[in-house]
Design a protein around this ligand. Structure first.
Ligand SMILES: [Mg+2]
Length: 153
């Protein structure tokens, strides 16, 4: 049965009915997000400053991992990990030393990247699997992501 003139039945106009709650217990929960991926081996490309590390912490007393960064990196440690940073090559040794001392595993780290957008392009698999995902997190916020493997992907 249609809805003449686009009018909604009264029961759907009751405030709050049928709508998800916009209340969140705290900001961290509001930002939490599952990254749903296949069970194939994957490639992760991550930024450092503001993403895994306190933004430009090396200029303000020393580098520091953001909350959740170690746990997230441990979760993906079986995959290929490429770190990209706009930090100069002059900061390579101290940056790599900090990451290794912090137990952050990676396969490659590339210094001197531009500060603009990072764009990933990949071809879809014939199965329809999406092969390029991107996430833009809040600078210096805890790493909010959980990784969920879905064998149906
Ligand atoms: Mg950054």
């Amino acid at each position: 049965m249609g809805r003449p003139n686009g009018r909604q039945p009264d029961r759907e106009r009751q405030p709050g009915r049928g709508r998800p709650s916009i209340r969140q217990p705290n900001r961290e929960a509001a930002d939490a997000m599952d990254i749903v991926v296949s069970s194939l081996k994957k490639t992760w490309i991550l930024d450092l400053d503001g993403t895994l590390l306190k933004h430009n912490g090396y200029l303000r007393g020393g580098d520091a991992l953001l909350d959740g960064a170690k746990e997230f990196m441990d979760r993906i440690s079986g995959d290929a990990i490429v770190l990209l940073t706009a930090r100069s090559e002059a900061l390579r040794e101290r940056t790599v030393d900090f990451l290794l001392e912090s137990g952050i595993r990676f396969d490659h780290i590339i210094f001197g990247m531009p500060v603009g957008e990072r764009i990933l392009i990949n071809d879809a698999k014939p199965s329809g699997m999406t092969t390029a995902l991107a996430f833009c997190k809040e600078r210096d916020a805890p790493v909010p992501y959980s990784v969920v493997e879905d064998p149906r992907i």
